[in-house]
Design a protein around this ligand. Structure first.
Ligand code: GTP
Ligand code: MG
Length: 610
């Protein structure tokens, strides 16, 4: 075995918001990959539109810096549990990792999840206690909790001996001892050079594992991964070895390595480095690209199973085809199946109905991001309520369980535990900090978490943070009774008017403004009682001599409640759908006419009696 002492490959892993992307900013800034006058801003690597809007990392990304002649390939990963499939697939490129932990929050469920994955892969971790600039940071206690976590998860004794760095990613500062002073993150770079093992390389013909894919219109597919053996140059003949065992010949068009925010075209690259290559028309994540003389496949990347499913169907509302550029079955189907090439923890399945597809993901957010992305690309379609995926194991029905952590104020403990016990959650831990703050941990079935975020935020008046991580499969505990009230359902097609909406507001909350087009069966609000009621929101006041528009103005409507996409998905029941178009998010009953709905209710009553 040989080593490449001129390279280090590291992944940055942590719980959501502990500062991974900010630390990458600091590393990029310090290694001067920018011109002195270049304005680069913050969270430089989060370039996706949705990443910028939501301030979170969704896709894992590569970058690299050079420090003292050594190239450090850096992989930034998302911290949100819904995107943990991303973490699992990219850490195979690294030899070491920076495990970031917030100096106040300490280790969180996702810290444990990603550390377990990293240790299983044999990565050498460096612990970075971040945000030490924050007031009330509890560094010593956090370090003790991290030690406990390593004791629990280490697979060998040498993993217990991890280096620790204290940092403020935001201020671009890192030290090895708290008493030390430092103006920059040099101690972190030094620690990486010293502690992360340089990549081991095998001599022999070229072999690379594809861990990520990108696409550029004039280059086509770009396969990203680590070279495990040999080297690769432009025009090299290679074979791609795919999951079904098929082997296809290609010629490499271009080879790139990473530096700063750019991919740098190079003539050739060697084992140990992370590269991007073009010229392979059909390549998927997990494939091995190899020299045709010795095609040997590397182990494929396994990622955890999805836990939540919903259907994506062709839009069947009366407004179908009006607002989207792509609305046909074929277009929807192609788009969903294409997503599988890069979205490793997603599954798509045809159903008995040719217009409906079953889509499975890691969580509601995972699916919501896909919906939002497709909507912005011009697709229109309808989606059903997300549901937990059950499995039969040894003849027993099992369901996914998650760990839920809540950080909030003492005063909300009562409301939250009551809300959660209805969702079959069990309190497993409760810690007060003596300043009215409380940390709660629950075990809860995935089905009980669906829609919980929507009630958590108002219940704690926004003073709370919640997080979830998949735990395991456990025996099914029975259905959860829905506690949502009935819907206010439009009874006619037309344009909603103030008079009609005012009537609806006499019954409950409304979701739409006057002059919004509505159709029969569209949900326009939430009833204050358990049953659905049909209401004509397009109904004008009886015409008198005075023109109705002027008398309408006298009525003061309460502003409507506007549901976001995620809220809409959480809101709907099993007999309802969300209609998603580039311009609108509408809620609807599956059965649009009241006659159809009444018939289905009486049919289901009859069948339960029988
Ligand atoms: N006070 C303080 N805030 C920080 C520090 N590092 C990051 N933050 C803030 O923490 C928030 C989250 O930072 P990110 O870098 O986006 O965190 P992340 O781990 O990449 O988040 P995800 O990718 O979504 O998991 C941002 O508002 C940062 O400005 C730090 O050292 N000190
Ligand atoms: Mg990030």
């Amino acid at each position: 075995m040989n080593y490449r002492s001129d390279i280090r490959n590291i992944a940055i892993i942590a719980h959501v918001d502990h500062g991974k992307t900010t630390l990458v900013d600091a590393m990029l800034k310090q290694s001067r990959v920018f011109r002195d006058n270049q304005k680069v801003g913050e969270l430089i690597m989060d370039q996706g539109v949705l990443e910028r809007e939501k301030g979170i990392t969704i896709l894992a990304k590569n970058t690299a810096v050079v420090y003292r002649g050594v190239k450090i390939n850096i992989i930034d990963t998302p911290g949100h549990a819904d995107f943990s499939g991303e973490v699992e697939r990219v850490i195979s490129m690294a030899d070491g990792c920076l495990l970031l932990v917030d100096s106040i929050e300490g280790p969180m469920p996702q810290t444990k999840f990603v550390l377990r994955k990293a240790l299983e892969r044999g990565l050498k971790p460096i612990v970075v206690i971040n945000k030490i600039d924050r007031q009330n940071s509890r560094i010593a206690e956090v370090l003790r909790l991290i030690q406990d976590l390593f004791l629990e998860l280490a697979t060998s004794a040498d993993q217990l001996d991890f280096p620790v760095i204290y940092a403020s990613a935001r201020e671009g500062m890192a030290v090895t001892e708290l008493s030390m002073k430092s103006k920059d993150i040099t101690p972190l770079f030094e620690c990486i050079l010293e502690k992360v093992p340089p990549p081991q390389i095998e001599s022999g013909p070229f072999q690379m594992l594809v861990s990520n894919l990108d696409y550029e219109s004039h280059k086509g597919k770009i396969a990203i991964g680590r070279i495990w053996r040999g080297k690769v140059a432009t025009h090299d003949p290679v074979v791609n070895m795919s999951a079904d065992g098929s082997i296809t010949r290609y010629e490499i068009s271009e080879v790139f390595t990473y530096l700063g925010l750019k991919r740098l075209e190079v003539a050739e690259a060697e084992a140990g480095d992370i590269v991007a290559v073009t010229g392979l028309e059909k390549v998927s994540i997990g494939d091995t690209i190899a020299n045709p003389e010795r095609p040997e496949a590397l182990p494929r990347i396994e990622v955890g199973e999805p836990t939540v499913e919903m259907t994506f169907g062709v839009n069947t509302s009366p407004f179908a085809g009006r607002e989207g550029r792509f609305s046909a079955t074929r277009q929807l189907r192609e788009r969903l199946y294409k997503e599988l090439e890069t979205n490793l923890s997603l599954r798509v399945q045809d159903t008995d109905s040719p217009d409906i597809f079953l889509v499975r993901g890691r969580g509601e957010l995972h699916l919501a991001i896909l919906i939002e992305t497709m909507r912005r690309e011009g697709y229109e379609f309808e989606v059903s309520k997300p549901e937990a995926i059950t499995k039969v194991i040894d003849g027993e029905l099992m369901e996914p369980m998650e760990v839920l952590t809540l950080d909030t104020k003492d005063e909300y403990i009562g409301v939250l535990t009551e809300m959660l016990s209805k969702r079959q959650a069990q309190l497993t831990d409760m810690r007060n900090d003596g300043h009215d703050n409380v940390h709660l941990e629950f075990r809860v079935p995935t089905k009980g978490l669906i829609g919980f975020r929507n009630s958590f935020i108002p219940a704690t008046r926004g003073e709370g943070v919640m997080n979830t991580t998949f735990l395991d499969y456990q025996p099914w505990r029975g259905d959860i009774v829905s506690t949502r009230n009935g819907a206010l359902v439009a009874s006619e097609q037309g344009i909603a008017v103030t008079y009609g909406l005012n009537n609806a507001q006499g019954r409950g909350l409304t979701f739409i403004e006057p002059s919004t087009p509505a159709y029969e069966g569209m949900i326009v609000g939430l009833n204050s009682r358990p049953q659905d009621i049909a209401i004509n929101v397009c109904k004008e006041k009886k015409k008198t001599n005075v023109r109705s528009s002027t008398s309408d103005i006298a009525v003061r409507l309460t502003p409507p409640v506007k549901l976001s996409l995620e809220q809409a998905i959480d809101f709907i029941n099993k007999d309802e759908l969300v209609e998603v178009t580039p311009e609108n998010i509408r809620l609807r009953k599956k059965l649009l006419t009241q006659a159809q709905r009444l018939r289905s209710i009486s049919l289901s009553r009859r069948s339960t009696k029988a």
